[in-house]
Every structure is written in structure tokens, then in C-alpha cells.
Design a protein around this ligand. Structure first.
Ligand SMILES: C[S@@+](CC[C@H](N)C(=O)[O-])C[C@H]1O[C@@H](n2cnc3c(N)ncnc32)[C@H](O)[C@@H]1O
Length: 262
């Protein structure tokens, strides 16, 4: 079954999806007292946006993702950057019991879930992760900014209108970045036996039209991606909808919902 992150989407994701600023990794290290002795699991690792920087701070990381194309690009990036301490596992949140059997109880410093929890059954997942964690370890639910078309700026509203017209459907899914989702995740963590705190990292960025169109492609499912011969028209429509702006400032909020094992 394809999840939609395969093929070209994986390549757009790797090229255009922004990584996380260093302060996010400082927050993870601080929240769980991570040391160079620790093992981390990055669930829904995609092309490795969280996996590789965290690997620089700990003993070893296991990146887990159900999409082979995402995993292959992550593996290649790790090779290119000479990371020798990352293992890659084709799997999903439903494979956590097998992962727990492999790693044993109380061995993991943190399980990170970057911009991926909305694909998972969090109420089942959080209790299943608990036995894997060493004392003081925990689960980090990380979001990486509001989707490009849902931000509170004129260009973002224009982009949303343009995309909704192209797709003939409303685009309102905040992918776990909204306050209601964060509350739901926090409540679920507490119910599963974690102490929860939220940390935020705010920064501003500015992207150009190429980044914007690439960012949109990286967020579409494989089926929804415009065919190669439609892409010039697609980009032109976006450019015209956003005219005369050619640079697009963003306020990016990264949230780290840290659930420490009680
Ligand atoms: C938006 S990407 C996030 C990638 C990366 N963690 C980041 O922070 O940019 C979501 C990833 O979750 C993966 N995914 C989807 N369903 C999943 C599941 N049930 N269990 C684990 N990963 C899943 C997708 O294949 C995709 O690579």
C-alpha cells in the first residue's frame, strides 16, 4: 500500500523540506538528558531531517519509516555525511512491539516523531513506547511550522486559494501543528504515564517561488502531484496568484512536546 511519500515526492521532500534549527536538538538533549551513550528511535523519519542531527549527539539512532523511497534517501544522506551510527528500518508505528522485542526494555533515551504523528494511532502508540524508555527518557512529538498554505499572511491565503482551485478541494488539514492537536497529544501522553512539557523554537525565514512550489510538491501525495507536463502551468498559476510578491517571509514555530516517562 502506498502512503503517498514515494517516488518524486520523496525527492521533493528531501530537497525542499526544511530541517530543524540547532535549538531543537538542544531542547531534545535537555528534555531527556541525552548523552553520547544513548540510543534514539526516530519514528516516521522520512528523509532524515531529525535523524541525522540527533545522531550527531548520541551513540546510535534507528530511523523507522514505512516508505522505502524516503528511507533510501535518508540512508544515502547518512552515507554521504559519513554517519556510521544510524540504522534504518522499514516499518510503522504498528511495528513498535517488534522493535521493543529487538531493543529490549529500558534501553532507549528518546523516541522522536517529527511531523509524522498525525499518520499514527497515538493513543495506542504512547503506552507501547513506554517500556522501551530508560528512566528520564521519553517521547518527543515535534512539529515543523504551519503548512505553507495555512499561515496568517496575505501570500499564504492567496496560495491556499490557488491550490484549492487547482485541486477542487478544501485544504484545511494542519498536520498536527494546531493547538487542538497539541492538546490531544499532550492529554494522550499524560494518560499513558508521561510528564509533559512543551518547548517552542521560533524563527523567521524567507523563501522564494522555487522553494514555495517545491515545498508544495513535498507536501502532496504521489497521486496528487501535478504530472511533469503540468508543472510549468502549476508554477505559473502560483506565481500569478502571489504577484507581485516574489519573496515570502515566514514565521516558523517548531514545537517539541516532550513526554518524559514517569
Ligand atoms: C511529513 S514526513 C516527516 C519526515 C521527518 N520526520 C521530518 O521531520 O521532516 C512523515 C513521514 O511519516 C511516515 N509515516 C506515515 N505513516 C507512518 C506510520 N504509520 N508510522 C511511521 N511513519 C509513518 C511517512 O512515510 C513520512 O516519511
Amino acid at each position: 500500500m502506498g502512503l503517498g511519500f514515494g517516488g518524486e515526492v520523496a525527492r521533493f521532500y528531501q530537497r525542499y523540506r526544511r530541517g530543524y534549527p540547532p535549538a531543537v536538538f538542544d531542547a531534545l538533549v535537555e528534555a531527556f538528558g541525552l548523552t553520547p551513550e544513548d540510543t534514539v528511535v526516530d519514528l516516521g523519519c522520512g528523509t532524515g531531517q531529525l535523524t541525522l542531527p540527533i545522531a550527531a549527539r548520541v551513540r546510535a539512532v534507528v530511523g523507522v519509516d514505512p516508505e522505502p523511497d524516503m528511507l533510501e534517501l535518508a540512508r544515502q544522506a547518512a552515507r554521504d555525511q559519513l554517519f556510521g551510527n544510524v540504522g534504518w528500518l522499514l516499518g510503522a508505528d504498528t511495528d513498535v512491539p517488534a522493535l521493543a522485542a529487538l531493543l529490549g526494555d529500558g534501553r532507549v533515551g528518546a523516541v522522536t516523531i517529527g511531523q509524522a504523528l498525525h499518520w499514527m494511532d497515538h493513543d495506542t502508540l504512547f503506552p507501547r513506547l513506554r517500556p522501551l524508555l530508560r528512566p528520564g527518557g521519553g517521547v518527543a512529538v515535534v512539529t515543523n511550522g504551519t503548512p505553507l498554505w495555512l499561515q496568517d499572511t496575505a501570500w499564504s491565503r492567496a496560495l491556499r486559494g490557488c491550490l484549492e482551485q487547482w485541486r477542487g478541494a478544501e485544504l484545511s488539514q494542519p498536520c498536527g501543528t494546531d493547538a487542538a492537536s497539541q492538546r490531544r497529544y499532550a492529554d494522550s501522553l499524560v494518560a499513558a504515564g508521561y510528564d509533559v512539557e512543551q518547548r517552542t523554537v521560533d524563527y523567521t525565514d524567507e523563501i522564494d517561488l522555487d522553494d514555495l512550489v517545491g515545498g508544495v510538491y513535498s507536501a502532496l501525495s504521489r497521486d496528487a502531484l501535478p504530472a511533469p507536463e503540468q508543472r510549468t502551468e502549476f508554477a505559473t498559476r502560483i506565481r500569478d496568484a502571489l504577484h507581485p510578491e516574489t519573496r515570502f517571509p515566514e514565521s516558523v514555530r517548531v514545537t517539541v512536546l516532550a513526554g518524559r516517562r514517569r
